[in-house]
Design a protein around this ligand. Structure first.
Ligand SMILES: Nc1ncnc2c1ncn2[C@@H]1O[C@H](COP(=O)(O)OP(=O)(O)OP(=O)(O)O)[C@@H](O)[C@H]1O
Length: 321
């Protein structure tokens, strides 16, 4: 393997369909995607796109074979296991942090962790260490002996994450883990997720907060109406290859700028010239124009766009909708 080779996929979803009983439309239509081992993978899409359904399939809550037509049954491979044969093994290496709180409000944080550790059949000798780990990652020390019902929204979200980590999964699925919480709690949770990723865990993350996804994910898939619209590494996605940013070795005069602007929609911020290449414009012609107007190009790179722009473009939505 060369140094630049992409990490092998830990999750491969191949032509998966799912239709809920009685639903007029399939929730997932021929979905295919791969998730690299050790990555933080963002799963984006509008409400009802199919994100939770896909996570439910990957974590074995629902079955891909359910209600699909013969010949449409795809495959899910996770860490070399095939869901149709090895569902138990897959569940053992998968952790789920669902959208809804998955704990008992009448129990304390500690009691919840102990109860779920028992359900996961963690060896009794390992339980205390696993609980300590989850408490440390999720910052639950101070509230451990309080009833979960009394927790703030942010601490409830953290307990939810702690429960998903109890059995030391290799892949952690987080379904909108920062909904409805304040900036501090959000920051804490994003830090915790980055820490988990740094430990080698694969993270699958759904969120409607684009800045969060841009901040922590290495790769993104956008789905809508049960179909994958695109999957790409974040760095590729955010590169705007039609936009060029040129650093000039000397100040661009007002006269030079106005000459340039007759042929090119260009911005000058005192250091850099930024412009979009039109469909008919060639880079070589633009570079010649810059030279003719006395711009000394010392550096040049592609521009960038935000994940939100990519997302809105991909889903054909705009901010007014
Ligand atoms: N249990 C269910 N029974 C019937 N239909 C369902 C069920 N759960 C989801 N659906 C439908 O399946 C489609 C996909 O829903 P899903 O919850 O997977 O979307 P989502 O992308 O997670 O949405 P959100 O961002 O709102 O959480 C929607 O049309 C939804 O109404």
């Amino acid at each position: 393997m060369t140094q630049n080779a992409s990490p092998l996929p830990i999750v491969t979803v191949d032509a998966i369909n799912h239709r809920y009983t009685g639903a007029a439309e399939a929730a997932l239509k021929n979905i295919s995607l791969t998730i690299a081992e050790g990555s933080c993978f963002g799963l984006l899409g509008p409400n009802g796109a199919g994100k939770t359904t896909l996570i439910s399939l990957l974590t074995g809550i629902i079955s891909p074979q359910q209600n699909t037509q013969p010949g449409q049954q795809g495959r899910i491979h996770i860490s070399g296991f095939d869901y149709s044969r090895d569902a138990k093994k897959i569940k053992a290496i998968s952790g789920l942090v669902p959208q809804d709180y998955a704990f008992y409000p009448a129990l304390t944080g500690r009691e919840n962790l102990q109860f779920f550790a028992g359900l996961y059949q963690i060896a009794p000798a390992d339980i205390a260490a696993r609980i300590d780990y989850c408490v440390a990652v999720c910052g639950l020390e101070k509230v451990l002996n309080q009833r979960a019902a009394t927790y703030s929204g942010g601490i409830k979200r953290r307990l939810n994450i702690g429960l998903g980590l109890l059995h030391n999964p290799r892949i952690l699925y987080l379904d909108e883990p920062t909904v409805g919480i304040d900036a501090q709690s959000r920051y804490f949770i994003l830090q915790a997720i980055q820490q988990l990723k740094a430990s080698g865990m694969t993270i699958v993350y759904t969120s409607h907060y684009m800045e969060e996804v841009e901040q922590i994910c290495d790769e993104v898939a956008i789905i809508d109406h049960g179909e994958v619209l695109l999957q790409a590494p974040m760095a590729t996605l955010l590169l705007n290859e039609r936009q060029l940013v040129v650093t000039s070795a000397q100040l661009v005069s007002a006269a030079a700028l106005s000459a340039l602007q007759q042929n090119l929609a260009v911005d000058w911020d005192g250091t850099e010239l930024t412009f979009e290449l039109g469909d008919e414009q060639r880079l070589s012609d633009v570079l010649a124009l810059l030279e003719r107007t006395g711009v000394v190009v010392s550096k040049m790179h592609f521009g960038s766009c935000s994940l939100e722009q990519i997302y809105l473009h991909a889903t054909h939505r705009n901010l007014r909708q």
